[in-house]
Design a protein around this ligand. Structure first.
Ligand SMILES: Cc1ncc(COP(=O)(O)O)c(C=O)c1O
Length: 387
């Protein structure tokens, strides 16, 4: 299915050119309505009955499982943040002194501190793989370096699908294949890709895929998802909450304490997981993604981004390798000494919103963006290069 612009389904200010989903997605109107209904339900708490605690979560797990091609919805936990889902993985991976954890340079902090701490606590080595900025093909070279670093002592590779700062694509299939040879655990932070780039956790033999929900999943802030493979399902949650135990739906006998967790990854759900505002919002968002189809969304965004990518490649400002990064999140690296502050002021004056990171512009369009948005952004950058 070929998608057209879906801007009318959002409440974005018509005067604004918001090309910054990597920062935060705008709300779909349906998601907004679901949240308002959830909020208002607490005016009359008697309307929040037992079913409100339990009925929507299986639907949310089911939709997320479908989105990421997980075999069983009970492999999905609902978390408060990516960091929460990563901590659960770190706590449950069997590993010991002398082994190593591999991360990449400038990894997002939520996918760094957790491994730094694990390594300190267990006497393991944290190995950071950096790109070779002078390589003829930076992204291929970076991927090769990651694969070459995996050895018999590798317990974990923790990486993203697309690097959050510049969209570099990591070759998950090749990394997974090498990691399986040494029986390592494959941990993915999908926050900057899931919902826009298709991912198959089963095919890729991913052990944990975590995503905060407020970017490409189009959800609200403070809710996210975590998928865990079979071999991570028998671990311990990072907190003990009442709802994750069996018989938690029997409100009259909650103090007949249960010594059994609910099945699969449900035990890893964050406390108060039945959030009556955030869960319906997240469900509405994920169902919209399923309706559109992630591949269709990606095609739409690629058509928007491609002319701009080609233009800036001619200027030598984007990665030479077309397959080195994704069209939904890419970086235009401004020349050395370029006045980024002046460009930021120009963006602000023209109601253009995109991220400035050092001398790089991180451009991240989505389904609500138009050709006009991208043309304006490109024109302003080209103009600023002349100054
Ligand atoms: C790659 C990546 N992971 C995670 C997050 C958010 O982390 P958390 O949900 O732990 O706040 C971000 C936010 O920018 C991100 O870019």
């Amino acid at each position: 299915m070929k998608l057209t612009c879906q801007k009318e389904l959002f409440s974005l200010d018509p005067a604004v050119h918001y090309i910054n989903c990597a920062y935060m997605a705008p709300l779909l109107k349906t998601v907004e309505t679901a949240g308002v209904e959830g909020l208002l339900s607490k005016r009359n708490p008697q309307t929040i009955d037992k079913s409100s605690f339990f009925d929507m979560l299986p639907k949310l797990r089911q939709s997320i499982a479908q989105l990421i091609h997980a075999a069983d919805p009970n492999q999905i936990a609902i978390v408060a943040a990516a960091s929460y889902g990563l901590s659960t993985a770190a706590q449950n991976i069997p590993c010991s002194a002398g082994q190593n954890v591999i991360v990449v340079k400038d990894e997002f902090p939520s996918n760094y501190y957790v491994w730094e701490r694990l390594c300190k606590e267990k006497g393991m080595n944290l190995i950071t793989i950096s790109p070779d900025e002078n390589a003829a093909d930076r992204s291929t070279n970076w991927n090769e370096k990651i694969i070459a670093a995996i050895n018999n002592e590798t317990a974990i590779v923790a990486i993203e699908n697309t690097h959050w700062m510049d969209g570099t694509l990591f070759n998950l299939a090749a990394i997974s294949e090498r990691l399986q040879e040494v029986n390592g655990y494959f941990i993915i932070d999908g926050t900057q890709s899931v919902g826009m780039l298709d991912i198959d956790v089963t095919d890729l033999k991913i052990d944990a895929l975590v995503c905060s929900g407020y970017k490409w999943l189009l959800g609200p802030y403070s809710i996210g998802m975590a998928y865990y493979s079979e071999r991570l399902l028998n671990g311990k949650p990072i907190e003990e909450n009442w709802i994750n135990r069996t018989r938690s739906d029997q409100f009259a006998s909650l103090t007949d304490y249960s010594h059994e967790y609910r099945p699969g990854a449900i035990k890893y759900d964050v406390g108060e997981t039945s959030n009556f505002i955030l869960v319906p919002m997240f469900l509405a968002a994920v169902n919209q993604l399923l309706d559109w189809g992630v591949k269709n969304m990606h095609d739409y965004v690629t058509e928007l981004s491609q002319p701009m990518i080609d233009t800036f490649r001619e200027h030598g400002l984007v990665d030479k390798n077309e397959k080195g990064f994704s069209s939904h999140l890419f970086s235009v690296q401004m020349p050395h000494g370029f006045n980024v502050e002046a460009l930021s002021a120009t963006f602000a004056a023209n109601n253009v919103f995109t991220s400035v990171r050092g001398t790089g512009l991180r451009i991240s369009p989505n389904i609500y963006n138009t050709k006009e948005d991208l043309d304006l952004l490109q024109g302003l950058i080209l103009e600023s290069l002349k100054q």
